[in-house]
Design a binder for this molecule. Structure first.
Ligand code: ZN
Length: 259
């Protein structure tokens, strides 16, 4: 089947579309998944901008700040006690469990079908579900380090610390999460590895991101492989280029396919 719009391949019934997805996956040798916040919302983690997202959450203590500021390098640098109060309150995903989408992707990798995941999420849920090759282009809450001597700390060190600003046991400087903040560059290694995966892929599944702006959109635009599949509850930018589009729950779609 070609990408010709006349064939209208994604206007079929759910069942036909799922069958087509299975066919695409069977025909592909290098499948990559690129995911955004929507993958984690099914685990109960709020995204940033949607109606119930962090951006719209009104908290008195933080109401005078823009949400982007609260998760920015500027805030960490100039008002670290505000940064860590917000971070501890809103980004602690330690107790959150993976959902059907995470488990389905982990299974696809174990079956040798999926080569890797590129994620914007910082919650580590893909690894929790068993995925191995996960490129975290916005970093992760699970790793932390001292800004001065580089000593590494686990997630509990920041989330459980009673200090307004967690300090290094070695040198006394601030310990920060390995999370990409507003105003910071993406982690070089994860981003380069993502570009390389995108370059090799012959099937890219994009899920849980509207691709409006940012790193996921950039990576998606670099993709020139054979098949593009989009699974997102709302409309996304690249649908005109896609072979198959599902406006549905990622967990539901991915767990319904037969490998
Ligand atoms: Zn230190």
């Amino acid at each position: 089947m070609s990408k010709s719009k006349d064939q209208n391949i994604w206007a079929g019934s759910d069942e036909q579309k799922t069958e087509r997805l299975e066919e695409i996956l069977r025909e592909s040798a290098y499948i990559v998944f690129l995911g955004g916040a929507g993958v984690s919302t099914e685990s109960g983690i709020p995204d940033f901008r949607s109606k119930n997202g962090l951006y719209h959450k009104k908290e008195k203590r933080f109401s005078k700040y823009r949400p982007e500021y609260l998760l920015s390098y500027d805030c960490l640098k100039h008002e670290p006690e505000v940064f860590f109060a917000y971070y501890r309150k809103n980004l602690d995903a330690r107790a959150v469990e993976p959902n059907a989408a995470h488990y389905a992707l982990a299974q696809m990798e174990q079956a040798g079908r999926l080569k890797g995941i590129i994620t914007q999420n910082i919650d580590g849920l893909h690894q929790k579900a068993g995925s191995v090759n996960v490129q975290e282009i916005h970093g992760t809450i699970w790793r932390n380090h001292c800004i001065s001597c580089g000593r590494e700390y686990d997630e509990n060190y920041i989330f459980d610390s009673k200090e307004p600003v967690p300090k290094c046991m070695e040198c006394g400087k601030t310990v920060r999460p390995d999370v990409t903040l507003y105003g910071e560059f993406l982690p070089e290694k994860a981003y380069q590895e993502s570009i390389s995966m995108i370059g090799r892929a012959d099937c890219l599944i994009i899920g849980g991101t509207s691709l409006e702006v940012g790193s996921a959109a950039q990576l998606a635009h670099m993709y020139h492989g054979k098949y593009l599949v989009i699974i997102n509850k709302s409309k996304t930018k690249l649908e005109g280029r896609a072979d198959l589009v599902f406006h549905d729950s990622i967990g539901r779609i991915l767990s319904s396919i037969d490998l």
